[in-house]
Design a protein. Sequence first.
Length: 291
Amino acid sequence: MKKHILYIALAVMMTACSDDMTLDLLGMFSPNGEVVDVRYDQSMAYNATQGEIHLNMGSDDYMMYVCTDSHITRKSHKNLDYFIDTYNAETAPKIAVHLGDLIDAQKNFPCADSVLSLANDHLFITPGNHDVYFKQWPIYRSYFNTSIYWFDTNNGSKKLDLFICLDTADGTLGTKQMKWLRELLEQKSKEGYRRIIVYTHTHFWKLDDSQGHTSNFALEETYELAALLAQYNVAYVWSGHQHARQSVLFRGVNYLVLDATKDSEKGQSYMTVQMGEHAIYHYIDYPNANH
């Protein structure tokens, strides 16, 4: 018991003395700010003012660039810089997605803003647990406006793919977001998309305890989500959070978890997907990746 108290005391001291705070003890065990139902209400209010997002890619084929868990600080964002530079250099029609934990800790959103401002259009993001730790949702919201939304692509004359962004930063969808997802899938599954892709931060299938209680959804929620996504023929679920690549095919749905983009992480990579008649994905190592 004394040893546990000592560990906690040392962690608090390290947090207090760090220039880039990286540990939110309260946030690790209970919500420390606006919970997901509140974020849902605010996101829907914003979405209503903006209207639907329909991206004309000008072709049946285009590229997706997907990364996650960059955990940038003011001193550490080389991999995210590289991802954005590579994305910008792509000449084909393209979309970029970040699957959350953009920043590592408090005070780092201004750095994220300066990094992401380098990206061209069609950049989408979902919040991770680190993005809302330290009561940072109002800051996240000031940069990205919404955490729950959908958009689709077309070639100018027909629909192509539907993308649904879920807010899983608390390790749960909450009641309002779950209802929204169910109703959206029921509606959109009838509209003739060639595929539906859902992206989140928190992953579905837990391999280890590295992320503590935020590792994945409650078991009952996982059952409900997995059944719902299979029912409406979702093709892919893209996630991060685990910092390790994983591929699970369950009831026809492909669940892909990506490696981290964080500079110091082992096995750093991002994913590209050629979106055409088939979705062909590749994992690309960062230049300084440690394996």
